[in-house]
Design a protein around this ligand. Structure first.
Ligand SMILES: NC(=O)c1ccc[n+]([C@@H]2O[C@H](COP(=O)([O-])OP(=O)(O)OC[C@H]3O[C@@H](n4cnc5c(N)ncnc54)[C@H](OP(=O)(O)O)[C@@H]3O)[C@@H](O)[C@H]2O)c1
Length: 216
């Protein structure tokens, strides 16, 4: 499968592209920080430059052409409200428009649990980030695409052990970035999972078994 990973240099995206290459997929990944194109090439990924703050639907159209599936795992990562608007909100919305125009249907978008941050003092920046994630989710769910939203709990920067809790509505918790990558990989290899929202934390079930349980 030809897979485009947007955010291929991130904590989730970097682990995902390694898994996809190892499984034999043809992987293209976006980069925007100096030197990351070289690192992607080293991983066996075809690098494509993308500054998500500068891209409209036409730019995404060029990027998604000739791919079978797209994963969006980029994020502004708390770098400010303007960047959250551009990267977590506007970019996936433009991507959806581009995919519809190009006839590329399969999209896995990394979103966020609605419960994220509920145990912290509210802040305008975090509320804004959550609103941008929701804007993107709404656009994806309203599209005619073959989409899956992954809603991870609080991301932990480790590879995880491949054991998760995955469901349409589960309790909140932490999740290893490696387990999120495994789940995205598993979703891409299960076309039956479509127009689906999957909440994901670390847990006790092997990720493949957890995803098989979700196939209707
Ligand atoms: N943190 C959490 O607890 C949490 C919880 C639930 C969901 N999420 C979501 O999970 C997803 C993956 O998170 P992560 O921790 O793997 O993210 P990450 O490590 O911060 O990676 C973000 C990716 O986005 C790219 N990016 C940032 N700004 C960009 C720009 N202007 N143009 C192009 N690319 C840009 C980064 O590239 P560079 O490396 O070059 O900057 C990187 O590849 C994100 O959508 C995040 O919002 C996070």
């Amino acid at each position: 499968m030809k897979v485009l990973v947007i955010g291929a240099t991130g904590g989730v995206g970097g682990r995902l592209v390694e898994m996809l290459v190892e499984a034999g997929h043809e992987v293209t990944g976006t980069w925007h920080s100096d030197g990351d194109d070289v690192e992607l090439q080293r991983q066996g990924v075809t690098p494509r430059f993308a500054d998500l703050t500068q891209m409209g639907a036409d730019d995404f159209g060029d990027l998604v052409q000739f791919t079978d599936a797209v994963v969006f795992s980029a994020g502004a990562g708390g770098a400010g409200m303007d960047l959250a608007t551009a990267i977590d909100g506007d970019a996936p919305i433009a991507l959806v428009q581009a995919m519809e125009a190009q006839g590329v249907a399969r999209l896995v978008l990394v979103s966020v649990f609605p419960e994220a941050g509920r145990d912290q003092e509210p802040s305008d920046g975090f509320e804004h980030y959550m609103a941008q994630k929701k804007r993107a989710d709404v656009a994806v769910c309203a599209s005619g695409l073959d989409w899956v939203l992954i809603r991870p709990g609080t991301l932990q920067d480790d590879d995880g052990d491949g054991r998760v809790n995955a469901g349409r509505c589960i309790s909140y918790g932490d999740v290893a970035r490696g387990n999120v990558a495994r789940a995205i990989h598993g979703v891409l290899e299960r076309p039956e999972l479509s127009q689906e929202i999957i909440e994901l934390t670390d847990g006790d079930t092997d990720v493949d078994a957890a995803l098989d349980d979700l196939v209707r």
